[in-house]
Design a protein around this ligand. Structure first.
Ligand SMILES: Nc1ncnc2c1ncn2[C@@H]1O[C@H](COP(=O)(O)OP(=O)(O)OP(=O)(O)O)[C@@H](O)[C@H]1O
Ligand SMILES: [Mg+2]
Length: 276
């Protein structure tokens, strides 16, 4: 099952199109979820607000109806359901996605100032969900180009690697695995540049078990002497999907989202999948 969040925005509908295509590729059912304020969702509001509540529920049902219609039109083979929930979407979307294959949202929605690159719901669900969260960027929903993954040897990075291989196999595209590291301009202790060789070895070791599992996926390993954000932005410029872990090795425990994933969610040109 694939879960997609909608809020009535055009970007939300682009997330629905992306999710519908994914559901078709995976032969999975699709669940369209809209979360509205709890007070308006529960019928038991005082008489004064009952009318507003009823009006809001009508609006919410229309949001879901439009999304389901879009799925039926674009991908009639996909089984689609809808669900209306009351509360905070940042809590309820990850909850609704428990046990699903992934949660899909747009990078922004109805509320935000258009200049913002990422809305609060998109940011709030990334790193909080047990399943991969795909943030579909407004106007960049196509799956052309390779899948790019950041490899840092962390536990979340390992989950990201598995998801990236799965997606590359599904789309039938190359997987570009990027490992970024910082080299000193000249390290007298390392005249032979053994550090670089070591980085390449570490990358190869991470990739080997996955390559055995997905022998049909063509993998390109890239070891770059750059900040991970720069390396991954560069590598993902022509990508269809960028996959990262929610937190790397250097992050503070307790943070939901590491700084690299945070920056990439804001600045990547393609859809970004965050895996925990
Ligand atoms: N109430 C909701 N119910 C379900 N999904 C939602 C809801 N709100 C947002 N989403 C999902 O999250 C995506 C991003 O919306 P988000 O709310 O983060 O951006 P925004 O409205 O531009 O910013 P903000 O709400 O922070 O002002 C939407 O495209 C949609 O997929
Ligand atoms: Mg919003």
């Amino acid at each position: 099952m694939i879960i997609v969040g909608v809020d009535g925005s055009a970007t939300g509908l682009q997330a629905v199109s992306w999710a519908a295509e994914e559901a078709k590729l995976r032969s999975s059912p699709l669940q369209v979820v809209h979360v509205m304020p709890r007070w308006a969702h529960t019928m038991s509001v005082d008489a004064e607000h009952a009318e507003v509540g009823a009006w809001m529920r009508d609006g919410a049902r229309t949001v879901l109806h439009d999304a389901v219609e879009l799925v039926r039109k674009r991908t009639p083979e996909v089984r689609v359901h809808s669900e209306l929930l009351g509360g905070d979407p940042r809590d309820l979307l990850p909850q609704a996605a428990e046990g699903a294959e992934m949660l899909v949202v747009g990078n922004h929605g109805l509320g935000g100032f258009r200049g913002l690159l990422l809305g609060s719901v998109a940011l709030g669900v990334s790193g909080r969900s047990a399943v991969p969260v795909v943030v579909v960027r407004d106007g960049r929903g196509e799956r052309r180009g390779p899948v790019v993954v950041g490899v840092d040897g962390s536990a979340a990075g390992e989950t990201a690697l598995g998801f990236a291989f799965e997606q590359a196999a599904l789309y039938g595209v190359e997987l570009h695995a990027v490992r970024a590291w910082r080299r000193q301009p000249f390290d007298p202790a390392d005249p032979e540049r053994t550090a670089e060789v070591e980085e390449k070895r570490v990358l190869a070791v991470s990739l080997t078990p996955w390559q055995e599992r997905y022998p049909d996926v063509k993998v390109v390993g890239l070891v770059e002497n750059a900040h991970p954000v720069d390396a991954l932005l560069g590598a993902s410029a022509d990508a269809g999907l960028l996959v990262v872990g929610s937190r790397g090795r250097g992050e503070l425990a307790g943070l939901f989202l590491g700084s690299v994933s945070h920056a990439l969610l804001h600045h990547a040109e393609c859809a970004v999948a965050v895996c925990r």
